[in-house]
Design a protein around this ligand. Structure first.
Ligand SMILES: [Zn+2]
Length: 411
């Protein structure tokens, strides 16, 4: 849009262009691209990433705005990203078949560029909920989209399966993001994050392109993913796993011989959580943690005798189906025992503190309110399951039960 080149060479045109720039500096149509000699002239508004931006300017991939600025901190649009890649490919006036986007026609700015990019195969647009296929040329490019178009445009195939903390293996761009990192074009954000849904500034897109085109000069550092504060338990124990998480519920059980005791990682996390809670004036205690198969058998049979099987099944697990047999589940209570194992615990200081903070220690509230039809259990504000702090943060952020998060049946 604002980076078009004026090719006309007549003196009149040049004079006209200069007059236009003098008197209408914000006019959108056309800029004057620097000649080769001035190609590396830095834009006055560029303060960071000068080397990368100068490099791309020298290649005429970056041409800036008619007013001579680059606007480095403006979010890059999807169309401008396509434009830069096509310039790098030295495709200036493309001709290609209609890409079939309902938001672009031959009159739309950038139409020919987008059509060409579809033909080359590095973009394919988006499908809206109503089924319409659009390109959204003026939309902000997200970092996930950036990964996809760069990986596709430059055929980056090497993949070390690099996993950023905030990119799940099911993310539509997870393979592209991993390949971009494998090529040392991105090292993400400190702490091992990639922020796939964030937009990126024009200067940052320039940095990615410079790294891609001149890796010896501009290569990114290695991706550093720190270990989680509370690690996930190993997947070597018996049971049914999805995405590395052990699932024990009314559908999936444990062998009667599996008798591990409290898992040491879960014990450490629980101890540190209770110590932190206490420092904040909240006293927590453990009502129940590991329960063996035979103990659960006795417990369940007693409940059935007392309340009948249908009632018992709402709050007690059949032997082999209790999460407590994993050694990863804890029932917590507060100082007032009259709230123990009751839904009213949710409204006590201890219950509220756990709901807000347990995920920081690797625990998830396993049987949330209103989810009995999914988990198979009534609301249990006291029952927490250790999964590791990386997973617990994701599950809590998702607002889903473990069954919904992993896509498994609970009953
Ligand atoms: Zn429990």
């Amino acid at each position: 849009m604002k980076e078009q080149r004026i090719f006309k060479k007549s003196a009149l045109t040049i004079i006209t262009a200069i007059l236009v720039l003098l008197f209408m500096p914000n006019l959108e149509a056309g800029g004057i691209s620097p000649g080769k000699a001035e190609a590396a002239t830095t834009f006055p508004d560029v303060t960071d990433f000068k080397a990368e931006i100068d490099y791309l300017t020298g290649l005429e991939i970056i041409r800036g705005y008619p007013d001579g600025t680059f606007r480095p901190k403006t979010s890059i649009t999807r169309l401008d990203a396509v434009r830069m890649i096509l310039r790098e490919m030295e495709i200036e006036d493309p001709v290609a078949a209609d890409p079939g986007f309902s938001d672009m026609n031959p009159e739309t700015q950038g139409y020919a560029l987008v059509a060409k990019a579809v033909e080359i195969g590095f973009i394919d647009g988006k499908v809206l909920e109503d089924g319409r296929k659009v390109f959204d040329p003026q939309g902000k490019l997200t970092r996930a989209e950036m990964a996809k178009i760069l990986v596709e445009a430059y055929s980056l195939t090497a993949d070390d399966n690099i996993k950023f903390i905030d990119v799940s293996s099911g993310h539509w761009a997870s393979s592209h993001i991993s390949r971009l990192a494998t090529a040392n074009i991105t090292d993400g954000f400190p702490g091992g994050y990639f922020k796939p849904e964030s937009s990126l500034e024009r200067q940052h897109f320039a940095v990615f392109m410079a790294r891609l085109l001149n890796p010896s000069e501009f290569q990114a550092g290695p991706v550093v993913i720190p270990p989680p504060k509370y690690p996930a338990p190993s997947t070597d124990t018996p049971g049914y796993y999805v995405d590395g998480i052990l699932v024990v519920n009314k559908v999936h059980d444990l062998p009667s011989t599996y008798n591990p005791g409290i898992h040491p990682l879960a014990q450490t996390a629980a101890d540190e959580m209770m110590a932190d809670a206490k420092a904040q004036g909240v006293n927590l205690s453990v009502i129940s943690a590991f329960r063996s198969y035979s103990y659960q058998e006795t417990l369940y049979n007693n409940y059935v005798e007392r309340d009948g099987q249908a009632a018992a099944d709402r709050y007690s697990a059949r032997p082999g189906h209790s999460e407590h047999q994993t050694g990863l589940a804890f029932d917590f209570g507060g100082t007032n025992q009259s709230y123990w194992l009751k839904t009213s615990f949710a409204d006590t200081a201890a219950g509220r503190w756990l709901e807000a903070n347990a995920s920081k220690y690797g625990f998830i509230l396993r049987y949330p309110e209103g989810k009995e039809s999914i988990t198979g259990y009534m609301f249990e504000p006291w029952h927490f399951r250790y999964v590791g702090s990386r997973e617990s943060a994701k599950i809590k952020a998702s607002g889903k039960t473990l069954e919904e998060y992993l896509g498994v049946r609970g009953r």
